[in-house]
Each structure stands twice: as C-alpha cells, then as structure tokens.
Design a protein around this ligand. Structure first.
Ligand code: SF4
Length: 242
C-alpha cells in the first residue's frame, strides 16, 4: 500500500527542488555576436560531432550495441564553454536517443537554467553512449571501448570546463578511484591527450542521485559547485540562490 506520508514528502521535495533550481532572476548571457570565421569554426565543429554521432549509431564495439534501442551520442552547442558528462543513458534516453531527458534530465535543465544558461548553451553527453541493461554500472570493457568517442568530442568542442555528473564520470575522466564526496567541490585538471593543455573539471552529484537523496544540504552542495563553475568562467552568479 502506498504510504501517504511518503507521497506528500515526495511532492513537497519536488516542488522545493523546482523552486530552488528555477530561475526568477536576470542574468546576462554570453556575447551572442558570432563573426564569420567563428561561424565557420562552429559549423566545422558540428560537422565533426555529427560524424562521431554517425559512428556511435552504428557502433557495436561492446555488448551494449546489441541491447540498446537507440545510441545516445550527446547534444548541444558544438562550441560550448561547459560540457556536462554523465555516466550512461537511462531508459528515457535509450527510448529517445537524447541525453538527460528523463526526471534527472529535467533537474539538470533546472540547474543549467539556475546558472543563467540555457540547455542549448552547453553540451551534454555521457561516458557510455548506450544504456546498460537495468541501468547497471558500466563495465570496464564498455568504458574502454566507448571512452574514445567522448575524448574526441571533448577535443572538438574544446570546453573551458567539464562538469562530471556523479562518481563514475568523475573517476573515469580523472582516472582515479575516489568517492564523489572527495572529488566534488573543487576544480581538477582533465588531460585531453598528450601535449594538449588540461581542461578544468568540476565533479558534482549526478541529478539522479540528487533526486534519490534529496536534502537541502545536497542541493546546496550542487549549487556551490555550479557557482564555482560560473566563477571560473567569469560568468555572473545569479543572486537568488547565492
Ligand atoms: S556503449 Fe559505446 S562502445 Fe559500446 S556499443 Fe555503444 S557506442 Fe559502441
């Protein structure tokens, strides 16, 4: 039988979460003026990302190629200053072929909006491009096979900062085995490839974890992490949640 106290609690948490991460403030966006040469660069980047997406859609390098409904290469601004990287597609993403479109995706949208940005300003993708059955954790062989796609995407987009959502994404990109509690809250260096300068990386809780482990403290921690991201990019920090 459904416990009405639990239902009420879930409804209250949902509305509080909505309020916390919903903008109601004015934030100046990035400069929208794009010159011809920049416009060509963006087109080139998009073409390269499209080529990767095409490869991903045909990919069967690991077993997930057989169990997926749709591959989920990633989407967003090819010239984004921020790239959000999650762990792997879930059921909604697998069904639609798009990243972060379920409940966790809805919360990620709220977080992005709370930062004074739009989803179309950033790029969103995952370590794995196909859904592991029953949302189990990615296996090492799957990560080894799939990671080159993400590495290529990051080299094309050249973000100024990567936000790793959750422990799996953070550990994979930072090549360590620390907990998300140890990793979040400070900027790390992600090394794209030999000879390339490091890219700043902020680890924070995965929105799905935030939905499961709702608490004012956890959502405050995520917001503190995002404020550091904005500060690193010299973007205004919205007053509302500050
Ligand atoms: S998870 Fe990655 S490596 Fe495995 S089939 Fe999908 S795209 Fe290919």
């Amino acid at each position: 039988m459904v416990n009405t106290t639990d239902v009420k609690k879930a409804v209250r948490q949902h509305s509080e979460m909505e309020e916390f991460f919903t903008g109601g403030f004015t934030v100046k966006g990035r400069t929208e003026n794009v010159h011809t040469s920049q416009s060509q660069t963006i087109k080139d980047k998009q073409a390269k990302l499209d080529a990767i997406a095409e490869e991903v859609h045909k990919c069967c390098k690991c077993g997930l190629g057989k169990t997926r409904t749709n591959a989920v290469p990633g989407e967003g601004n090819p010239d984004a200053r921020i790239v959000f990287v999650g762990e792997a597609p879930g059921a909604d993403e697998d069904a639609q072929g798009r990243p972060f479109v379920g409940r966790a995706g809805h919360l990620l949208d709220k977080i992005i909006n709370a930062m004074g940005l739009k989803r179309s300003d950033v790029y969103i993708c995952n370590i794995l491009k196909c859904r592991p059955p029953e949302n189990r954790d990615p296996r090492p062989d799957e990560v080894i096979n799939c990671l080159p796609y993400l590495q290529e995407q990051l080299e094309i987009i050249e973000p100024e900062i990567i936000v790793a959502l959750g422990a799996h994404a953070a550990r994979t990109l930072l090549e360590n085995n620390k907990s998300i509690g140890q990793l979040r809250g400070k900027l790390h260096d992600y090394y794209p490839s030999l000879g390339k300068p490091p890219v700043k990386l902020m680890a924070t809780y995965h929105p799905a974890y935030l939905l499961r482990s709702y608490s004012p403290e956890n959502r405050r921690r995520v917001w503190e992490d995002m404020k550091k991201v904005l500060s690193e990019l010299n973007l205004p920090i919205p007053e509302k949640n500050g």
